[in-house]
Design a protein around this ligand. Sequence first.
Ligand code: NAD
Length: 451
Amino acid sequence: MTDYSEIYKKQRAFFRTNKTKDIDFRIKALEDLKASVQKNEKQLIDSLKADLNKSEFDAYSTEIGFVLKEISFILSNLRSWAKPEKVKTPITHIGSTSYIYSEPYGVALIIAPWNYPFQLSISPLIGAIAAGNCAIIKPSEFTPKTSEVVAQLIKDTFPEEFVTVALGGIETSQALLKEKSDYIFFTGSVPVGKIIMEAASKNLTPITLELGGKSPGIVHKDANLKLAAKRVAWGKFTNAGQTCIAPDYLYLHKDSRDEFLTYFKESIQELYGENSLKNENYTRIVSENHFKRLSSFLSNGETLVGGKVDTERLLIEPTLLTNITWEDPVMQDEIFGPILPILEYSQLSEVIEGIHNHPKPLALYIFSESEKIQQEVLNSVSFGGGCINDTIYHIANPYLPFGGVGPSGTGAYHGKGSFDTFSHKKSVLKQTTAFDIPLRYPNVKNGLKKI
Ligand code: NAD
């Protein structure tokens, strides 16, 4: 097992020079990062194609462009976010003023998954740098080409005592977790999230956990069915369903089920053509083991659409399964692939009950034209974040902090959320020395006796 204590020592020493706290240093670092990402665009597109068969469009819109936008947004706000925030002080504290200082934690460890291997390594880094931290990134071992480009890009941009990349798999992750980080930002699965939380607890290290789970989509009978079909198909099958906030399964109202499914089939064809397995822009499943796990679900219920696979190229068609119950294997865990099981309902209460019986999801999507139905779902179900009449889009709004709740995650990031996540909020009261109000002290003449 590699020993990472040296790099932690170097980063901690660099952090203590206070250089990373300087606002001009942070801005320059973010500008340098932006320039490096732009310079490495082609390498990134090629590596994402090699690792996951991502199309150039997806590679740019969901990874490279996403990261560039995030840097620009943070750059245009950072100076004002980083200022100490003056807050009110009660009259009882007359003579004093109160401030909240945003201070960096120190050395931040960022552990990333494989599904958006570039975006999910670099987006947290943007927050870490903006807040003035040093950082060590551990990208995924399942996307080796992209992880290598990330490592090279970071090496060419920053000295290792400021930001560095540790390449490797579980062992690397575990070796890093043995060191004392000042912050841990983890994106990945629920079971590994528990391991991270346990490791963090040894030093009481603050953490963010961006996890997964089964995120429901609900299409009510009064929804704009055609648009709902298109938006669900896009959100589910982008990246071949390997998206943490993809709708995992769909609740369809029985009265509009057939009409919705007709539109849904059309939408899949519109997005991927007659034969998605022949579509060069269709993302593949990341590994043979993941492919095998997903293929085993294809025998659940009845296949209404898709179901075919290409074992050589690790492709699975966009697939719709009907006649599914909560007891089927496909409903036991997050699917994380292009397979969409359908559940039917008559009353909204059945949907709410079904979701309540399972861990709080990372995302939820409700399609309905009725404000009352929308609000009923929002008020009844707890979930990380989501959309009304859309899927996934909330993740791309930098004004919306992104994260889960309980089993789907702890903490949130993006935009100011990222700056806040990587900043400790230090509350400071500054007292006057011009006078001293005696009310707080006991009456010394009478000792501590009641007067
Ligand atoms: P994963 O949990 O298997 O791996 C994530 C990272 O943890 C990798 O870098 C891996 O090397 C490391 N790791 C794996 N096992 C470990 C262990 N035992 N000890 C220490 N480190 C370990 O997740 P994954 O398969 O890469 O990604 C898919 C999961 O991530 C899905 O559950 C998905 O929902 C979730 N995800 C969540 C978000 C989000 O923003 N909430 C985004 C993307 C993916």
